[in-house]
Design a protein around this ligand. Sequence first.
Ligand code: HEC
Ligand code: HEC
Length: 256
Amino acid sequence: MTRLHVATLAALGLLVCAGVVAQGTPKRSGFESMSPSLQAMQRDDVQNPGMLWVADGEALWRVAPGSGRSCADCHGDLPRAMAGVAARYPGWDATARRPVNLAQRINACRSRHQGAAAWANESKELLSLEAAVAHASRGAVLAPSPVPELAAARAEGERLYRQRMGQLHLACVQCHDELPGRRLGGTPIPQGHVNGYPIYRLEWQGLGSLRRRIRNCQIGVRAEPFAHDAPEMIALELYLAQRSAGLAVETPAVRP
Ligand code: HEC
Ligand code: HEC
């Protein structure tokens, strides 16, 4: 470990003395490191603010744009139409011949099958539909798609996860595999699992995507964040989904 690295971690209040967390640490959803009151907020659909986006998404699912067909016209009713789908995303888009996350898959239907303009990243419409589609998998176990076309991008995602970045010269793996449970400026470091997205985050006072969360961590280490649709971002999402395999979908999760 370089001196710079020790100094950086010390500055962040993360003096590494115990070393690497034992391999085989059980996977813990971020839910488990939250306070009892936030857990109660997430558990109760009436209190969970993320359910407002789910309800909006379920309404949008039935709206036909212009002369096109609604999502429901082609797919049937939620939640049944999409049960289990989010649990295996990102997936392979055989038409575009590239990996796509759930938001991109929804936008592909929007432009290819509805003849309408794609929604902007983090727009209310896209987040609502992503939340509604992911919510249809609530309770399903994350089981990433095994199609071989995804393997190269997933491996690239793992490489990025282990690569130091930013002025603080820290990699995702250092915080999320080596230091979970420690505190960073009072905030407990979670294992960084992706089973609750999109999430309602109190700090955002709104719903946000996994891309937004990852960008927050990149900005935290003073790195140039990946664009929402960058191949690097999708690669990272593929690896993170693999890393979280076996956890149950919680969408919409609540986070501090
Ligand atoms: C005209 C029919 C049609 C409409 C309208 C439509 N879709 Fe699709 N959708 C498809 C088809 C066909 C596929 C299979 C992949 C393909 O050929 O594009 C698909 C695939 C999907 C998938 C991936 C499913 C999987 O198992 O991987 C999702 C998610 C999805 N659509 C969401 C939506 C949403 C959300 C809307 C509304 C905004 C919508 N679709 C509107 C026809 C449609
Ligand atoms: C310096 C330590 C640090 C680094 C490096 C870091 N993170 Fe994080 N990450 C955190 C902390 C702390 C939180 C929780 C923040 C909060 O709850 O306010 C977090 C939260 C997350 C979450 C949300 C987990 C949940 O339960 O919702 C994900 C996903 C995540 N990080 C992914 C990443 C990825 C991918 C990288 C690398 C690009 C990365 N992080 C780099 C400290 C870090």
